[in-house]
Design a protein around this ligand. Structure first.
Ligand code: BJW
Length: 254
């Protein structure tokens, strides 16, 4: 394991420089500096709400108004947030023709898209999309929705009139197979970075191991240790919005 922050940054920059393909798996920590609450940190969303009360289909069936209240609060909060330096560096890398950089995100805030990331893979959907809760044939396809739901006027499916729900992936639900296939293909890369995720939610947490098994150099950037820290080749303890720009500067400097 390489130690010393400066040495670690140089080691990672030289791996990225030599790589033809880099895949970056991001989590809530990447958006923390933008003001989007993480899920499990000290200020995390899950501290005030239990996930099983809000982020499962069962919870929605039980109390759709409560679940919509939570998502409406988050829409309002994220609407006032801007992409930070971490999103900006990754967006630039994704546009750079000198190597293929693919960003796979668990985040539903769309800040990577707003920063201009190309070919983004969104594993857990989008906070800004809604779909039919009944799963009617026409409403299974999500539609753009920036409204803030009122408790007495919950969003309805325009096709069947049933309740509509946020088009995000809840616990116990399958991820979109196309997204999983794309992420699995992206795990065949020279360098795999896992950034700002607690690395406990599957299948997202499993991609670093898949990449490593296929020969990728793996690195983690996080404020604290996670279950991925002992697996990766390089674990950098630091903020995504500081570490990614520092690596970017090293890449630009030679
Ligand atoms: C910073 C920082 C800074 C802060 N810089 N760092 C295999 C093993 C065990 C369990 C399972 C398994 N396979 C499936 C499961 C079950 C389940 C699961 O994983 N459970 C675990 C909790 C154990 N998975 C599922 O149910 C998934 N579905 C599935 O697998 O389908 C097949 C199936 C069906 C039926 C039965 C079984 C299997 C679906 C998972 C969907 C997750 N959905 C959520 C909600 C999305 C909607 C919404 O946003 O409301 O996704 S949960 C929540 O967690 C959200 C996130 O995307 C996800 C990950 O969170 P993330 O991004 O890691 O955030 P945090 O807060 O946890 O961590 C932030 C990190 O950032 C921290 O480490 C900080 O230190 C760091 N940080 N500031 C750098 N500035």
């Amino acid at each position: 394991m390489i130690s010393g922050m400066e040495q670690q940054l140089r080691a990672l920059a030289s791996r990225v420089r030599a790589a033809r393909s880099v895949t970056v798996m991001t989590g809530a920590g990447v958006s923390a500096a933008s003001g989007v609450p993480t899920f499990r940190g000290p200020e995390g969303l899950w501290r005030t709400f239990r996930p099983e009360d809000l982020a499962t289909p069962e919870a929605f069936a039980r109390d759709p108004a409560l679940v919509w209240e939570w998502y409406s609060w988050r829409r309002t909060r994220v609407a006032s947030c801007r992409p930070n330096a971490a999103h900006e560096v990754l967006a630039r890398w994704s546009q750079d023709a000198s190597r293929q950089v693919l960003v796979v995100t668990q985040n539903v805030d769309d800040l990577h898209l707003r920063a201009g990331t190309r070919d983004l893979i969104r594993l857990h959907g989008s906070l800004w999309e809604t779909k039919c809760f009944n799963g009617c044939v026409a409403g299974v396809r999500a539609w753009r929705d920036e409204d803030v739901a009122a408790p007495d006027r919950l969003p309805r499916c325009p096709h069947c009139g049933g309740l509509a729900r946020p088009a995000v992936v809840w616990f116990g639900e399958s991820l979109d197979t196309t997204d999983v296939e794309r992420a699995t293909r992206a795990a065949r890369c020279d360098v795999f970075l896992t950034v700002g995720t607690s690395a406990i939610v599957y299948p997202a947490a499993g991609f670093a191991r898949i990449a490593q098994a296929r020969g990728a150099f793996t690195a983690e950037i996080n404020l604290e240790s996670t279950p991925a820290s002992s697996l990766v080749d390089l674990s950098i303890l630091g903020a995504a919005e500081d570490v990614l720009p520092a690596i970017d500067r090293l890449l630009l400097s030679n």
